[in-house]
Design a protein around this ligand. Structure first.
Ligand code: FAD
Length: 424
């Protein structure tokens, strides 16, 4: 294969920027363009729900690279311009302003879009939320204050969201977080740190139950209630209440009304693929790609948006975590330039809540049997393994990073080769 002379990356955040850097490292000297809908220099998202929201980091500290480092890349950055269409056959991308960018290879790195509550009738100050069946914000467009027609209702995906929410929380006293996943739990923890009165409501029965199962979910629940968060789990959000255009509360399906002067909707995201409708690519839960992260001839996907075939596991995966964005970028860059490398990661994510750092390796399914192998939850430090069918499928560290890494190495190392899972 002749290496592409020009490469266009759509989405210039963690995955897109890492791909650009890896392309240069792998020897691509040709034209390199990065297009992003946001006007900001590339920044990191994990601090948004933690240090940036807490106000301990200025936005500049979340920037991924300095201006000098970005310049040294020798790439053209087109910022504040949204891609609205791709012709996969000619590898042409059309932007919202009508500009057409063509390249020999295109890398899709458009990440996720936050789900918001559906905007519905706003009669009598009642705004139906349709029991948390989320409605999507426009592709790649961050959620807006004033969702559902009410000010004071937020989602959190981008820097502007974090700054708007931060400003609002500074003057607020009662926050309701809708959503019991990672993001909802992190926001609740940060808001408690800011001294707010926080209630977290969610459909699931435990915090992060969908990701980590009920054993760890119950421990997380205790972590939050011990710090003063009120939990309303197993409870759908029925509607929002408002007065004079501002949110005043959240009504649950149980009939309970949770008073609030700020609401964060953290009910999940979906891959930002709306702009790819009609592109000829296969779009399911993300951009569907093969084991090489290739979606079509000369078209690749990377990061949160990419649904790739994991050769070691023999199934399709889409990973929403920061480490994947960087690791997958290395493989995608190599393959764009003619290598033939499968991407076979051991999935990994972390979350910081209060003084706890949780690290999860592998696929810690809620259906797995969980056993603690080291440490003690009562002491605030432990490591655990997840077993399914007698095989270790996941490893978790609760303030025990080193032990979790050792367990991962011992139990999940084989994932990185095209082999079946190891048994313990
Ligand atoms: C608040 C928050 C906290 C997080 N905390 C953690 C954590 O603690 N640990 C962890 O492992 N992971 C965490 N994550 C997840 C992690 O940040 C993501 O996995 C990572 O950012 C994915 O990178 P990406 O480049 O694939 O997507 P993104 O970072 O979402 O970047 C996608 C880019 O594409 C652009 N874009 C979208 N559509 C278009 C379009 N049509 N045209 C042009 N540009 C477009 C967007 O503007 C954006 O810049 C967190 C995420 C968030 C939002």
């Amino acid at each position: 294969m002749t290496p592409p002379g020009s490469i266009l990356i759509v989405g210039a955040s963690a995955a897109g920027l890492s791909t650009a850097e890896a392309l240069r490292r792998h020897g691509h000297e040709g034209r390199l363009t990065l297009l992003d809908a946001e006007p900001h220099l590339p920044y990191d998202r994990p601090p948004l729900s933690k240090q940036v929201l807490a106000g301990t980091w200025e936005p500049a500290k979340a920037q991924l690279r300095s201006t000098a480092q970005l310049e040294a890349l020798g790439a053209r950055f087109v910022r504040g311009e949204r891609a609205v269409a791709l012709d996969a056959g000619t590898r042409s991308v059309t932007t919202a302003s009508g500009r057409v960018l063509r390249a020999d290879a295109v890398v899709i790195a458009t990440g996720l879009t936050a789900r918001g509550l559906p905007g519905q009738n706003s009669q009598n100050g009642q705004h139906s939320a349709n029991s948390l069946n989320g409605q999507d914000c426009q592709d790649g467009q961050d959620g807006q204050d004033g969702q559902d027609g009410l000010a004071g209702v937020h989602t959190l995906r981008g820097l502007d969201d974090a700054l708007t929410l931060r400003t609002h929380l500074t003057g607020a006293t009662r926050l309701v977080v809708a959503g019991e996943g990672v993001l909802g739990a992190e926001i609740a923890a940060t808001a408690r740190g800011l001294g707010l009165d926080v209630t977290l409501a969610g459909l699931g029965h435990t915090l992060l139950g969908d990701q980590l199962g009920d054993v760890i979910g119950a421990l997380l629940g205790r972590l939050h209630t011990d710090r003063g968060v009120r939990l309303r789990l197993g409870a759908a959000v029925e509607s929002l209440t408002g007065a004079n255009g501002r949110v005043t509360g959240v009504r649950l399906a149980t009939g309970e009304l949770l008073p609030a002067d700020a609401v964060v909707v953290a009910i999940g995201s979906r891959p930002a693929t709306g702009w790819l409708e009609g592109s000829g690519l296969s779009l399911g839960d993300g951009v569907e790609c093969d084991t090489r992260c290739r979606a079509a001839e000369g078209v690749y996907a990377v990061g949160d948006v990419a649904a790739f075939e994991h050769e070691g596991l023999g199934r399709r995966l889409r990973l929403e975590n920061r480490t994947n964005a960087t690791e997958q970028a290395q493989v995608v860059a190599a393959n764009v330039l003619g290598a033939d490398r499968p991407y076979t990661p051991v999935p990994y994510f972390w979350t910081d809540q209060y003084d706890v750092k949780l690290q999860a390796h592998g696929l810690p399914s809620p259906d797995a049997e969980v056993s603690i192998t080291e440490g003690d939850p009562e002491q605030g430090r432990f490591a655990a393994v997840y077993r399914e069918g007698g095989q270790i499928t996941g490893v978790l560290g609760w303030n025990m990073p080193k032990q979790a890494r050792v367990l991962r190495q011992r139990s999940l190392g084989a994932w990185q080769r095209p082999q079946p899972l190891s048994s313990a």
